[in-house]
Design a protein around this ligand. Structure first.
Ligand SMILES: Cc1cc2nc3c(=O)[nH]c(=O)nc-3n(C[C@H](O)[C@H](O)[C@H](O)COP(=O)(O)OP(=O)(O)OC[C@H]3O[C@@H](n4cnc5c(N)ncnc54)[C@H](O)[C@@H]3O)c2cc1C
Length: 303
């Protein structure tokens, strides 16, 4: 099996998600090659072959030109799988490549299963295993689902280029509106999940966050239910955080939440289910009712 991994580069920097592709490739096995539209000054620490196009001439994002580069590399390398990160870059470009190759596409892969790939379904309440039936397939991997693998060494660079304007012009990046809170800078985050039960319980979680000198975080259902604003959401569609202490209150540990907080230095999870997936990454899992445990912890903190 052979994979062609499509790395990412944004605002003059190669993104770390490129190393998640290498983590996927290691788990998948076989041979892999990397393609990056980036810069010679930002090479990945990896000793394999790197097809490198210059972002200064091909654009950081130009779907027509980038697709052309990928298709030319596919012709040379003949990979079985072309793999993207499921980011705004990947979810826009991958289907263009799959459609041109008439290849199957499997999106948002969270694990490799026997002969196939696991993807989340039913709002991530279930997983299903799918298997592409075409000779080549295009894959996108969920951010945070595979380990970051930085093997070290220097790549054997094969320079590639493409010309033309394409049908879309990249205009620029626009930062989102300034948020009231910046979870990315917080050293302590206490997050509320659906397990806290109701909006009226949020002040209890907020009080613990304040007592610990931290910020209030939340899982997506808590935001969707409008118990707290989206500024507080942690995860793939919220913020990515890496505080010294992350307290997960009534949070199950879905992959989309873990992707945003698993780099925290110390994770304390409070969950009434001893088998909740958050336990797999938590340093300490307290099996308790969160609305009993948090006030008791508050009382200790206040002393
Ligand atoms: C495309 C996409 C993007 C997503 N992006 C995000 C994202 O950015 N962030 C995010 O968080 N999610 C995201 N999700 C949703 C994600 O898949 C999960 O559905 C979500 O993280 C679950 O939130 P939760 O853990 O609060 O709720 P649940 O999964 O319902 O878990 C609740 C937990 O609370 C526990 N519990 C219940 N009652 C108590 C109690 N009294 N005391 C203690 N524990 C209790 C339960 O045992 C359970 O483990 C996304 C999903 C999709 C499909």
């Amino acid at each position: 099996m052979k994979t062609l991994l499509i790395g990412e580069y944004r605002e003059g920097k190669m993104l770390d998600s490129t190393y998640e592709l290498l983590g996927f490739a290691q788990q998948f096995g076989g041979e892999s090659t990397l393609l990056l539209v980036g810069s010679e000054t930002q090479l990945p620490a990896y000793a394999g072959t790197l097809y490198l196009a210059d972002a200064a001439s091909c654009g950081e994002y130009n779907p027509d030109l980038h697709k052309k580069l990928i298709l030319e590399t596919v012709q040379k390398e003949d990979p079985d799988y072309i793999v993207f990160v499921h980011s705004s870059y990947g979810w826009d470009l991958a289907p263009r490549v799959a459609a041109t190759l008439k290849a199957a596409q499997v999106s948002e892969i969270i694990a490799i299963a026997d002969g196939g790939f696991e993807v989340a379904c039913c709002n991530a309440k279930m997983r299903r295993t799918v298997k592409p039936l075409t000779a080549k397939a295009v894959l996108t991997i969920q951010a945070g689902a595979f380990p970051v693998l930085q093997p070290g060494g220097a790549p054997a660079v094969v320079k590639i280029s493409a010309e033309g304007n394409g049908r879309l012009a990249f205009v620029g990046y626009e930062p989102t509106e300034k948020k009231d809170i910046d979870l990315a800078k917080a050293e302590v985050i206490v997050s509320a999940g659906r397990g806290v039960g109701k909006k009226d319980n949020i002040p209890v979680i907020q009080a613990l966050a304040t007592a610990l000198g931290g910020e209030l975080g939340a899982s997506r259902p808590v935001v969707d239910a409008e118990w707290v604003s989206h500024d507080h959401q942690v995860g793939t569609t919220g913020q990515t955080v890496s505080p010294k202490l992350y307290v997960a209150c009534g949070i199950s540990g879905a992959i989309q939440h873990l992707a945003g907080m698993k780099k925290s230095d110390f994770i304390l999870a409070i969950n009434k289910d001893k088998d909740a997936p958050i336990g797999e990454i938590a340093d300490v899992l307290v099996v308790a009712d969160v609305m009993q445990f948090v006030p008791a912890l508050m009382a200790k903190v206040a002393r």
